[in-house]
Design a protein around this ligand. Sequence first.
Ligand SMILES: [Zn+2]
Length: 276
Amino acid sequence: MISAEEAIEKLKEGNRLYTSIDTFQSDISAQTLEHFAKNGQEPYAIIISCSDSRVIPERVFHAAIGDLFTIRVAGNVIDDHQLGSIEYAAGHLGTNLIVVLGHTGCGAVAAAIHHDPSGFIKYITDEIKQAIGEETDDYKAAVLNVRQSIRHIEDSLEIQKDEAKGLKVVGAIYRIEDGTVEFLEEESDTAKQTQIRRIREMEAIFDRVQEWLKKTEDPVPNAEIRELLGKLSEYYESPLWKEDFAADEAGKLPKDLKRGVLSEDGIYNLLENYMK
Ligand SMILES: [Zn+2]
């Protein structure tokens, strides 16, 4: 199986081809069908795209039979069934790249911005509303919606295991106006990683203090514990704690992250009792 980086290059090359030709041809010969029927599939990318009839991943990336494992749902939103499909392809077929492909002129995004639909459509637009907040720009909203789907995918413990082995989850926007695909920067992911690392560090300190509390007969903190309590107190008083707490409230943090320091009661009670 090719790596995530190689897969991205292949998709970019496919899209360059797509935007430079006027008609599409694909090998659907009897031999090809027979080959894949006999040998199974080894798709090099998992694509989550909108159902929009103008966004056809296999065409957009000039891909053939067996190339792409595609999930299409209006608004490229992620729920349990989509996540199950993604986990299957990543875990069982060994695909190393996941692309959430949003697009300009998306009806689902527009509906989330301008309307409050009824019926089952509401499940999709409510999900998108959560991603875009007050954003009304079509392109920016599409990007925010892609980023939210990426977060849902990366919250999966199975996906996190695959990420440790080289799997990558990236976002991209397809422009229906000219057929080009723009791969999104991962910058916000760097900020998110820093935030998660910080919370994990604070959790480790919180755990160490809790452990001491369980064992001690003498509730007066020793020098080591006093220093750790000082670090926790500094964090709790800083804007960073408010930022981390808000990110947690907004569902932006991985589900498996421990919440000792982010539970207001937990950290507040601890500091209240021992900082005297
Ligand atoms: Zn759409």
